[in-house]
Design a protein around this ligand. Structure first.
Ligand code: GLN
Length: 446
């Protein structure tokens, strides 16, 4: 813990990953742990971790990188934070993100621009950009992020670390500030696959506080790291190596497939024909859910309240106008529109139907194959400022990560080579609740 704070002190002036540090509480917690007998200590005991700032922490400021929650101090812990404590982990502080997890570059934070440790002129990705950057910079060995449409995997790829989006329902969302409840999942970001497997096991499991958390057994994921992938069947969707995906990203995947073949796996090209609708489907559904979820930020219940307003309606209007950033407002407007009577059938309902088709594409492939492999992102990390004025180009960055959230399947990003001195990510996707196979393949490749 002390080393972690030293490293933050030395590097965070450049990386700007942390929004809030937890120095007092962390040092007290670490000191208390010294008293725990050795036999009672699990594999993660005493290790420092950073937590994305949309995961609530009792007594520790939690902002979701929004002005509307600038001074918000929660009065309870998210279930995952409670589980970290049970594992003996020490929360070092809260990590920057795109406001309410809406974004792909951390540039939508109301507070600061986190930078990519590999090249400070480049973005770390988003929305869990700082969760990936802090691990890449060695400020913390572990962090938690959240992934609604790629927000763990894309930053992990951009920063050259390992990031897992678990199966929807694997990890409790209780205490995760909701963006799109049917897509959001919390997951681990680490420097290697073994650490990732340990951390996922620690945070997984059924939770009575989240009715969408699944009643399935939590395996010992680390036991899957055997190195043996002989006979493993890999599907490679042609859509993930097609138009819009950069040459370097494609080549990196083909090289990785050679390595996996060398280890005894076999691969074939397949098609996920409805992939082309994923981006539109995602932005309609996620914005619709966000417009409903973010209705609670009204200036009465939480955080920021506009001053000098004359009546209740004006107070709502002014609080939300001043408290939310541009991207959040854009999504609330889009979502409200898609849910309005007269438009609901044409947009929201249609998107729900398309979501089912996208999920069925995955189901079909998993009847014959163990994992699906492709790139995590079309390109390596782009420059700060490069895409911020063009939301559609920014959204297009997510084409390879969004389908998995719509289908609810788990997927990991692991480092796989470089382009222009910046890391690239390999994405390995598994069937529902089969994170073990993903970890097995990732570890064999690593
Ligand atoms: N970049 C995507 C978006 O802006 C995904 C975000 C996320 O996964 N939280 O919505």
């Amino acid at each position: 813990t002390a080393e972690s704070f030293k490293r933050v002190q030395a590097l965070d002036g450049d990386v700007e990953a942390f929004l809030t540090l937890n120095e007092e509480q962390a040092k007290t917690a670490a000191a208390e742990m010294d008293a725990v007998p050795f036999e009672e200590r699990g594999p993660l005991f005493g290790l420092p971790i950073g937590v994305k700032d949309n995961i609530v922490t009792n007594g520790l400021r939690t902002t979701a990188a929004s002005k509307i929650l600038e001074d918000f101090v929660p009065i309870y812990d998210a279930t995952v934070v409670e589980k970290l404590r049970q594992a003996g982990m020490v929360t070092i502080g809260k990590l920057n993100m795109d406001e309410f997890a809406m974004g792909s570059s951390n540039e939508n934070s109301a507070f600061q621009n986190t930078r990519n440790p590999w090249n400070l002129d480049h973005v770390p990705g988003g929305s869990s950009g700082a969760s990936a950057a802090a691990v890449a910079a060695g400020e913390v060995p572990f962090s938690l992020g959240s992934d609604t449409g790629g927000s763990i995997r894309q930053p992990a790829a951009f920063c050259g670390v390992v990031g897992m989006k678990p199966t929807y329902g694997r990890v409790s969302r209780s205490g995760l500030i909701a963006f799109a409840s049917s897509l959001d999942q919390i997951g681990p970001i680490t420097r290697n696959v073994a650490d990732n497997a340990l951390l996922l096991e620690a945070i997984s499991g059924l939770d009575p506080k989240d009715s969408t958390s699944a009643n399935v057994e939590v395996p010992n994921f680390a036991a899957a790291l055997t190195g043996d992938i002989k006979g493993l069947r890999i599907a490679v969707p042609s859509e993930y190596l097609g138009e819009g995906v950069g040459e370097e990203a494609k080549q990196a995947v083909l090289d990785a497939l050679k390595v996996l073949e060398g280890l005894g796996a076999v691969w074939e090209e397949v098609s996920l024909p409805h992939s082309k609708y994923a981006l539109a489907t995602y932005y309609l559904l996620s914005s619709s859910e966000a417009s409903s979820n973010l209705a609670r930020f009204d200036g009465i219940r939480y955080g920021f309240r506009a001053e000098g307003t004359k009546n209740l309606v004006e107070l709502y209007e002014q609080t939300r106008s001043q408290g939310f950033g541009d991207e959040v407002k854009r999504r609330i407007m889009l979502g409200t529109y898609a849910l309005s009577s007269g438009y609901y059938d044409a947009y929201y309902k249609k998107a729900q139907k398309t979501r089912t088709l996208i999920k069925q594409d995955f189901d079909k492939v998993f009847e014959k194959y163990d994992v699906i492999i492709g790139p995590t992102t079309p390109t390596p990390a782009f420059k700060i400022g490069e895409k911020i004025d063009d939301p559609l180009t920014m959204y297009a960055n997510d084409i390879l990560t969004i389908p998995m959230n719509l289908a609810g399947v788990p997927a990991i990003s692991i480092p796989c080579g470089f382009a222009d001195g910046l890391p690239l990510g390999l994405q390995i996707i598994g069937n529902h609740f089969d994170e073990s196979t993903i970890y097995r393949v990732a570890h064999a490749y690593e």
